[in-house]
Design a protein around this ligand. Structure first.
Ligand SMILES: [Zn+2]
Length: 162
């Protein structure tokens, strides 16, 4: 079983080669999006299904401040409550990745709606899939995130070690 630090280190190692590969296949925007997607895998980790504070939550707390860190932890606590650690809903490549993106979309929409309601007294029109969301660049970002999750899955299953 790989530790959180090993997952982070391995994700950082593949980020640049993945970004350069995407750039070679597509264009600069695709390369940057893929690089960003892989790096996002550090904090959008499958291990957010762990009930205690994870490496992801620690990094957000340390580098983005205690308030964002607390919000990030609270955002993912229900996820860790409902999904057992290493369940297919969190750890299977593609399936787990898309599930976490959907969970994040719903969570961000609820936070946005709550902030708007507190600020204006009205609820905003919220859409989970706004127009123009699925672009070529977005797809490369998702490919990057899926790549990070595939590496995580492989490491959790002891096929390789870093
Ligand atoms: Zn894991």
């Amino acid at each position: 079983m790989a530790s959180g630090a090993q997952h982070i280190r391995s994700t950082l190692i593949i980020s640049l080669p993945m970004g350069l590969s995407a750039y070679a296949i597509s264009d600069l925007h695709g390369g940057i999006a893929c690089l960003a997607g892989v790096l996002a895998g550090v904090i959008l980790s499958p291990d957010l299904d762990i009930k205690t504070r994870t490496s992801s939550e620690y990094l957000v707390y340390r580098y983005m401040g205690k308030y964002l860190g607390l919000i990030w932890f609270m955002l993912w606590y229900p996820y860790s409550w409902f999904i057992p650690h290493r369940h297919p809903l969190s750890h299977w490549p593609i399936f787990g990745t898309l599930g976490r993106l959907l969970y994040l979309s719903v969570g961000a929409s609820l936070v946005w709606a709550g902030m708007t309601w507190v600020g204006t007294g009205n609820l905003p029109a919220v859409t989970l899939l706004p127009d123009g969301l699925f672009t070529y660049t977005t797809l490369w970002g998702i490919i990057g995130l899926v790549s990070a999750d595939i590496l995580h899955f492989v490491m959790d299953n002891r096929y390789i070690k870093f």
